[in-house]
Design a protein around this ligand. Sequence first.
Ligand code: HEC
Length: 184
Amino acid sequence: MVKAFCIAGVTALTLGVTGAWAQKPVFGTEEDINFADELWSAMEDAGLAGDGMLRSFPYEGVAPHGMMLETLYTTGTVDGHTGDLVIKRNYGPEGVSIDAVLNDPGTHLSAVTVMFRRETGFDSDNQDWFWVKYLPDGSLDKNPEGMPLAGRVAKGMDAGCIACHSGAPGDDMIFTTDHIAAQQ
Ligand code: HEC
């Protein structure tokens, strides 16, 4: 069922993207891919991803992120720029217990979705967030058309990270908290 949610989300995303893709990719560009790689390395260096990463107590989440989640709020530095960094680890399958995740997180981790606040002007309409969906090994998840989910995902489209997170309370595009200040 978790998979079904993901597939539905990505399909909707694809439909939205098809038209714009022909003109100019709004996300998943080479620059976005390189930036996502650097961000993953920064997360590994900080002990937030990869072997031996810091863990917190998983909690029951809502679609589309999976049924068991871990969310971490911190800052990160990439290319000399330091910004807000929110990491969500998505565990499955549906019905998985907290104990099962704690006992064997590696097997249950299905994706790592991240918001990183880039420099002012990166995407002023959307709080300058860089959106990325990694697979557990740090490679990038892709939509069915092969577009890596990294960057302004999916700016101007009806579905995707930006469309959905625009509905989050406060002006920060973050659902779980308003403690991270919105960009002025
Ligand atoms: C259909 C709506 C929807 C879509 C699409 C979506 N999210 Fe979320 N996202 C949520 C909800 C709801 C939460 C809060 C979940 C919770 O913790 O219970 C959330 C939480 C998060 C968080 C933790 C910060 C916060 O907002 O609380 C991150 C990081 C995140 N999502 C990243 C992404 C990325 C990256 C994408 C695209 C690849 C994405 N999300 C797509 C609905 C969505």
